[in-house]
Design a binder for this molecule. Structure first.
Ligand SMILES: Nc1ncnc2c1ncn2[C@@H]1O[C@H](COP(=O)(O)OP(=O)(O)OP(=O)(O)O)[C@@H](O)[C@H]1O
Ligand SMILES: [Mg+2]
Length: 285
């Protein structure tokens, strides 16, 4: 971790986390710009007697091109944190800067445009539409981004072919194995060429070989300069990343640098269609 000014983020707001985390935000080494900065992040579900506080003041920063794992016990707030980072949930308190932009200042339309262009999400249960074939599923982010149909088809075909699913484009999710489903879901996450890939227990429903392949894909994406953040319960998977954020009871408990991350790439997966460096595309709002 590089030495940084104590308790100050790049944009100049103060860090006053109540978490028992070190005063220094856990920043990675290197000169890359932070892509994600959160300070005192709070998330409360519900109100009154039914209120559940899932995040209790979480602060950290993740630089462009980092591969980070998030670990913690069940119920500690990992999925909540990932959903906030994905701009699927708004935080109840604290600050979130994505590529330097304050999320709380964006309206819903701007937030959804940012999510569609810059963030790809992968889920444990794949979250594919069951009645649609995987080509249509993989196109969905481009529909929201208002890409023309022919271009959508071209890009979803390229993304699925890169995942070894070129022969399965018209298959429904029910006709595919778990590993194939997750590769289709990764194709969907990558189809808009996002800068940041967020994955919530992406190997949780997979056999070990398919799980290794998924991790190899993430490692390849990381090598190509994409930022990858995954939640996992499995330490063997966590150490594909360079850094692990340990969450406990809605707080950042500690940060761990992985000394020798697993370098294994995914054999047979050709991501060269994404090979250009993630650009600094504007927000499109
Ligand atoms: N939609 C919701 N409404 C109310 N409470 C919720 C909601 N989603 C999560 N919670 C609560 O917030 C807390 C954190 O949940 P979260 O799903 O983030 O945990 P997690 O670390 O991902 O757990 P797991 O490892 O089991 O997936 C839990 O107490 C959970 O019950
Ligand atoms: Mg979870």
């Amino acid at each position: 971790m590089s030495g940084v000014a104590c308790c100050v983020f790049g944009r100049g707001f103060a860090m006053t986390s109540s978490a028992p985390a070190p005063c220094h935000p856990p920043r990675p080494a290197g000169d890359a710009a932070p892509v994600i900065e959160v300070a005192d992040l709070v998330k409360v579900y519900g109100t009154g007697d039914n209120a559940v506080t899932a995040l209790r003041g979480v602060s950290f920063a993740i630089r462009q091109g980092e591969f980070v794992s998030i670990m913690g016990q069940s119920g500690s707030g990992k999925s909540t944190l990932l959903h906030v980072l994905a701009c699927l949930h708004r935080p109840t308190g604290g600050r979130y800067l994505f590529e330097g932009r304050a999320i709380e200042e964006l309206d819903d339309r701007e937030l959804s445009a940012l999510r569609g262009r810059r963030i790809g999400m992968v889920f444990q249960r794949f979250n594919l539409l069951p009645a649609e074939n995987i080509m249509v599923n993989a196109e969905l982010p481009l529909v929201y981004a208002r890409v023309a149909p022919a271009e959508r088809r071209r890009r979803s075909t390229a993304a699925l072919s890169a995942m070894g699913l070129g022969e399965r484009l018209e298959h429904l999710p029910t006709q595919l194995s778990g590993g194939q489903l997750q590769r289709a879901a990764i194709a969907r996450a990558l189809v808009a060429d996002p800068a940041v890939i967020l994955a919530d227990e992406p190997t949780g429903n997979l056999d070990s070989e398919s799980g290794r392949l998924v991790m190899g894909i993430f490692r390849s994406l990381h090598r190509m300069g994409r930022t990858v953040i995954q939640v996992t319960h499995d330490r063997e998977k966590a150490i594909y990343a360079d850094r692990i954020l340990h969450i406990k009871d809605g707080r950042l408990d500690r940060e761990e640098t992985v000394e020798n991350p697993v370098q294994e790439m995914a054999a047979g997966i050709d991501l060269s269609y994404l090979a250009h460096e993630a650009d600094g595309e504007d927000d499109g709002a």
